[in-house]
Ligand binder design. Structure first.
Ligand code: ADP
Length: 260
């Protein structure tokens, strides 16, 4: 075969092309590994309720017609585990959706306190617990995608509910440029060494404990992604056995929709 003479600049260009191709392949591989890890974790989570359901189904097949006590137990277990699977599937879908969506186009100027009040009053009924809102008389505007803001707040409030037994406090503060929303509970708290990990998908401080509370380990990673999509910052402070505060900081907007 024939050798084609190449100039120095051709070689350089070829090297640059090869380098960027390699970079691209590395990015694709990382993306793929990430996706694979997600699928593995998700399948693992679904396996536990599925195992329970299938063993109760088999038990009912054999004894369901003659043992009424087992019939009740089986139906309750199957129904509970199905609810859990439904919740997990919703969380998986939600995670996939937020990591693949750009909510920029759908942002609106909204009064923060009003939105928080309506979310909290709905959740108070579900939780059957007080959610105290302290806004210090302020009512700043924020520029966010309202469903994303609601989902974010719900994640913090759901966690506050799951990991504490008392009232939950929500405060809204404003500085010249920012609005700061904090959700505080007085529950079990998070050990210092776990504070960084909790935003990682499927991370749980204590698997056994979380299974009882029905979590998925995805809530805070969804929150992190939602916050990123909406230019917000999340921070957390916690003391074991005293409680936890999740703080959301976002840009303040003038009432007319112009950033201040
Ligand atoms: P989960 O669905 O398991 O609650 P999250 O991603 O929302 O998943 O939270 C990750 C972990 O962080 C939880 O499993 C829990 O151990 C811990 N955590 C989150 N919020 C709180 C809180 N308010 N109090 C105590 N622990 C919390």
């Amino acid at each position: 075969y024939k050798t084609i003479p190449v100039s120095k600049s051709d070689t350089l260009e070829l090297k640059m092309l090869t380098d960027s191709y390699n970079d691209m392949m590395l990015t694709l591989k990382a993306h793929d590994d990430n996706q694979q890890a997600f699928i593995m974790n998700a399948s693992h989570e679904l396996k536990t309720p599925l195992t329970v359901i299938s063993s109760y189904a088999r038990m009912l097949e054999r004894f369901g017609k003659t043992r009424e006590d087992l019939l009740d137990e089986g139906i309750t277990a199957i129904s509970e585990e199905t609810t859990r699977m439904k919740y997990l599937t919703e969380q998986f879908l939600s995670f996939t959706k937020v990591t693949h969506s750009d909510t920029n186009a759908e942002k609106e100027h909204i009064p923060a306190v009003k939105l928080i009040e309506s979310i909290a009053s709905r959740l108070e009924k579900v939780f059957k617990r007080n959610i105290n809102i302290d806004s210090g008389g302020t009512n700043p505007y924020v520029y966010v995608h309202p469903p994303a803001f609601e989902q974010l707040l719900r994640i913090f409030l759901d966690n506050a509910y799951k990991y504490s037994t008392d009232d939950i406090d929500v405060s809204v503060d404003e500085t010249e440029k920012s609005v700061i929303v904090a959700v505080t509970d007085y529950g079990i708290g998070i050990p210092k060494e776990d504070l960084n990990g909790i935003f990682t998908r499927f991370y749980r401080v204590d698997k056994a404990r979380t299974r009882k509370t029905g979590g998925s380990g995805l809530g805070l990673s969804i929150a992190k992604q939602l916050a990123e999509n909406n230019d917000m910052d999340i921070s957390v402070k916690s003391i074991v056995n005293e409680g936890t505060t999740f703080t959301l900081t976002m840009k303040k907007e003038a009432d007319n929709g112009e950033a201040e």
